[in-house]
Ligand binder design. Structure first.
Ligand SMILES: Cc1cc2nc3c(=O)[nH]c(=O)nc-3n(C[C@H](O)[C@H](O)[C@H](O)COP(=O)(O)O)c2cc1C
Length: 368
């Protein structure tokens, strides 16, 4: 019998913790149904807003960085939220819920700083069938120019107030989606909790410039000879996502966290669970490897649980958190192991250069 990978989060039962993150793999009912058919535990739909919000996408709007072997490790987009009219989204949500009534459909919404608009888009999304809502306070490009997305997410007072508007308006779980483009991600996470959210999703993309074309001297992705900084995703951002989730899990206890950023393998997803996420979202990974990548994610998680004797996915959540400490404490821990405390504190910098710099770097690397 297949292993039970289910987990209850924010009062909702997910068949497994793997959730499609908001973006192209959740951009209409057809792709969302494909995700559920493939076995994903949940889908966050592409972000939508009331129809008069201006959304005009450009082409091209993506850029990739590859390893020498050709694998994509960095991805940038300058895509906006969905360009479908909201009335169309109401139909798409109904189609999905009709076909997959038991699967978890999460609507993603973004609006301007206007209580009536946030409450309307939230209520209508729930009436059309969404089981939960994710509030997009985090898109780093395009929308912040008009005070939306990351512009709101960087202002904790707005995160708290807007979260409260939505929580008041609907009786489904609400997750506020965090931007990593901020000095202290714990502040907006605490604000979301104060506003009544059940949890947060972290992270959205990292504001970046994917590169410059050295022939034309034009920035990428190039649109009519020009570009604009965009959102960076894929495996390159996983360490930033893990750190964000760990900080929120440590400083905002009793709060659900949907971990996001660069997940491609089961191991990536398990790392997010270990630092405190209780669901894990995948966006760019599904765009590159397709919906069926959920199969190796599920197999890998089941194998990991067998190997470590974990009874349930919930048992994995936060298991690595006790092993984070301050740098000062690391020095003390190491010094305790050595007979001479002073030597442990001072000797290393003197030793650099006595051999090869590459070998010396390797000798200080944990996962060489
Ligand atoms: C092409 C593209 C479009 C995206 N659109 C949205 C969006 O509409 N709303 C949103 O909240 N996040 C959006 N995201 C961000 C992802 O949901 C996710 O937070 C981010 O890409 C990091 O995860 P990943 O490395 O698995 O892609 C988008 C990402 C990509 C690559």
């Amino acid at each position: 019998m297949a292993r039970d990978l289910s987990i209850e989060v924010s009062g909702l039962k997910f068949d497994n913790p793997f959730v499609i993150g908001s973006g192209p793999p959740g951009t209409n009912a057809r792709v969302i149904c494909k995700a559920f058919k493939a076995g994903w535990g949940g889908v966050v739909a592409k972000t939508t807003s009331l129809t008069d919000t201006q959304v005009v996408n450009v082409m091209p709007r993506y850029g990739k960085l590859r390893t020498k072997g050709g694998e994509v490790y960095g991805f940038q987009n300058i895509e906006l939220i969905s360009d479908l009219p909201f009335e169309q989204w109401e139909e798409e949500f109904k189609i999905v819920k009709n076909e997959y009534p038991d699967k978890i459909l999460i609507g993603s919404i973004m609006e301007s700083y206007d209580k009536a608009r946030w409450q309307e888009v939230a209520q209508r999304s729930v009436e059309a069938g969404c089981d939960a809502l994710e509030l997009n306070f985090s898109c780093p490009h395009g929308h912040p120019e008009t005070g939306m997305g990351a512009a709101m997410g960087q202002d904790s007072a707005q995160v708290e107030e807007v979260t409260r508007w939505v929580v008041e308006a609907v009786d489904v779980p609400v997750w506020s989606k965090m931007t990593p483009n901020i000095t202290d991600i714990v502040k907006p996470a605490k604000a979301a909790k104060a506003g009544g959210a059940h949890g947060v999703s972290a992270i959205n993309t990292v504001l970046a410039i994917i590169g410059i074309d050295l022939k034309t001297l034009r920035p990428l992705p190039t649109v009519e000879g020009h570009s604009t900084p965009g959102g960076y995703s894929a495996p390159a951002v996983k360490p930033i996502g893990l750190r964000a989730v760990k900080e929120i899990a440590t400083d905002v206890p009793q709060f659900d966290i949907s971990g996001i950023g660069g997940v491609v393998t089961a191991e990536d997803a398990i790392e997010f669970l270990l630092v405190g996420a209780n669901t894990v979202q995948v966006c760019t990974g599904a765009m590159i490897y397709g919906m069926k990548m959920v199969n190796p994610l599920m197999d890998g998680l089941a194998k990991f649980m067998d190997e470590h004797g974990f009874e349930s996915v919930q048992d994995i959540v936060g298991k690595s958190l006790p092993y984070f400490t301050t740098h000062h404490h690391l020095v003390d821990l190491q010094a305790e192991k050595r007979a001479n405390k002073e030597e442990a504190r001072t000797s290393r910098d003197k030793m650099w250069g006595s051999g090869n710099l590459e070998d010396e770097t390797a000798s200080l690397t944990s996962n060489e």
